[in-house]
Design a protein around this ligand. Structure first.
Ligand SMILES: Nc1ncnc2c1ncn2[C@@H]1O[C@H](COP(=O)(O)OP(=O)(O)O)[C@@H](O)[C@H]1O
Ligand SMILES: O=C(CO)[C@@H](O)[C@H](O)COP(=O)(O)O
Length: 490
């Protein structure tokens, strides 16, 4: 038996097949472009997700016994606004999670409607990347497109819809729209009224491990699969990555080093932190979770390696950076796309501070890795202040390929960092949800306990932790000192 997990990531679609014991049999990945048509904008064409998903499936299934494929589970980048017209054609490019154009709409929601109502209705506050402010933006700036929109969905739901014909989403991904009543796991009628959207424009809600239907016969035929292959809706990539990392028990913690960086804890019950500064969302196991998000984590490294150094040699640049001593005077702020946790500031910008004549590329690469780790520590500190006790974290995402970066994170957070038998994060979690939805397991927890193994633990280095603790103290002073300047510069 094979279960397939598909993750519609920001840089690529990743598809993996696992067997009934959770062993990865094959994995493929297909890239697609990301466009920044204007400052603050970030968009993708949903058709690219679909085309590359089909190409990826064909490659994955090439040498697998197709009749053994039983179920497909989904995961995807969260918050993206996908709009379809009455003929199910995409109305405009999807507006992504890291798009920052909605400051005005967020101010309207948080200040005019008011934070207390928004939080009471949804469990969260308006942030620029969330879906609700994007709908308000569309209504105001592209009224013809708004009028044409008959279906509103999230990235993975678009691919699942094309594959199954069922208009569906799940609680974990829907949490990031800001029009789900997270606590009660239903659409918020109050928020829909504010947005001018009706429930008929929204997908039906499922839990992440539930089957929404089967593969459409024409797609099954194209891929050589049975039309009885079950489609399991899956979830937002962060909740699903947490499943892939076994973070399903209350208090357990994961860290994702994808395009974004995320610190995530699993909770039994719905909970909102004092300042509502963390995302308070439904988990993919039917319960709840909290997370904080830095918008440019591995995106900072990709920008540095590919964009600035015009190289594709990630390992080469990272190896070079190992030679640089920890330098307590050189800092990097990773706010290339504005920032969510803890500043919630679309105007924040990336910065190197403290450069001197002796600095070389290796020092700057190291500063990039450290700056992302410090930004993740900001969320970690909020969680610790809430009384969440974190002794170890499981790590996933493309950045976790670098043991050096994992070591820096262990030192900066002063916790043990666990690498797992699968570094495929969301795609692996999606395959686990497929196995649960097919009926191989009764619960997500049962599947995780059988499939997930720690392969390597990285303990913090006491001396480096001390140095980084002091360096973090200085780091936290840079954003407040530059905040007003960033605003004036934009
Ligand atoms: N060898 C490497 N070491 C560390 N990071 C890497 C390496 N190769 C790629 N990456 C990082 O992995 C990121 C992609 O991670 P991934 O989890 O696939 O992101 P997403 O799901 O957002 O598409 C790239 O942005 C890049 O910075
Ligand atoms: O906005 C969020 C979570 O709230 C991001 O985590 C996106 O879901 C995209 O994730 P990656 O592409 O970085 O995995």
């Amino acid at each position: 038996m094979y279960f397939i997990g598909i993750d519609i990531g920001t840089t690529s679609v990743k598809i993996i097949a696992i067997d009934e014991d959770g062993k990865i049999v094959k994995s493929v990945s297909k890239e697609y472009p990301l466009s920044y048509p204007k400052p603050l904008w970030s968009e993708q064409d949903p058709e690219d997700w679909w085309k590359q998903s089909i190409n990826g499936f064909k490659e994955l299934l090439d040498d697998l016994d197709k009749k053994e494929v039983k179920a497909i589970g989904f995961s995807g980048q969260m918050h993206g606004l996908v709009t379809l017209d009455e003929n199910d054609k995409v109305v405009r490019p999807a507006i992504l999670w890291n798009d920052q154009r909605t400051e005005k709409e967020c101010n309207y929601l948080n200040n005019e409607i008011g934070q207390s109502k928004i939080s009471q209705w949804t469990g969260n506050l308006a942030l620029a990347g969330f879906t609700a402010p994007k709908i308000l933006w569309l209504k105001e700036n592209e009224p013809d497109n708004f009028a044409k929109t008959k279906k509103i969905m999230l990235p993975k739901d678009y691919v699942a819809y094309k594959m199954s014909g069922v208009f569906a989403t799940d609680m974990s991904d829907a949490s990031g729209t800001l029009y789900l009543d997270v606590k009660n796991r239903k659409w918020s009628s109050e928020m829909l009224r504010v947005l001018g959207v009706t429930e008929s424009q929204l997908p039906d809600l499922f839990e992440s491990y539930e089957a929404i239907g089967c593969m459409k016969p024409d797609i099954a035929q194209e891929l050589g699969l049975s039309k009885d292959v079950k489609i399991i809706i899956g979830g937002g990539d962060q909740a699903v990555a947490a499943v892939g990392g076994g973070v399903v028990k209350a208090g357990s913690c994961s860290l994702s080093l994808g395009t974004s960086g995320v610190v995530f804890t699993s909770n039994e019950d719905f909970f909102v932190d004092e300042n509502n500064s963390l995302h308070s969302f439904c988990h993919a196991n039917g319960k709840y979770h909290l997370m904080g998000v830095t918008l440019a984590a591995a995106a900072s490294l990709k920008w540095w390696v590919e964009g600035i150094n015009k190289s594709d040699d990630f390992d080469g640049l990272l190896n070079e950076a190992k030679d640089a001593e920890v330098d307590d005077q050189l800092f990097y702020l990773p706010y290339l796309m504005g920032e969510r946790t803890p500043h919630n500031d679309p105007n924040a910008r990336g910065t190197f501070i403290g450069l001197n004549i002796t600095h070389e590329r290796k020092h700057m690469t190291r500063a990039v890795l450290e700056g992302v780790a410090f930004s993740l520590r900001d969320t970690f500190e909020i969680m610790k202040a809430m009384g969440v006790e974190i002794n170890d974290i499981s790590i996933n995402g493309g950045g976790a390929k670098s043991t050096f970066w994992c070591e820096i994170i262990a030192d900066v957070l002063n916790v043990k960092v666990n690498k797992l038998n699968s570094n495929e994060g969301p795609a692996y979690g999606a395959a686990i949800l497929a196995a649960v939805g097919f009926g191989r397991f009764h619960t997500v927890e049962e599947a995780c306990s059988q499939f997930i193994k720690i392969t390597e633990s990285i303990n913090p280095n006491e001396e480096n932790s001390k140095i980084y603790n002091e360096k973090y103290g200085k780091y936290t002073k840079i954003y407040p000192a530059t905040k007003e300047l960033f605003k004036q510069l934009i």
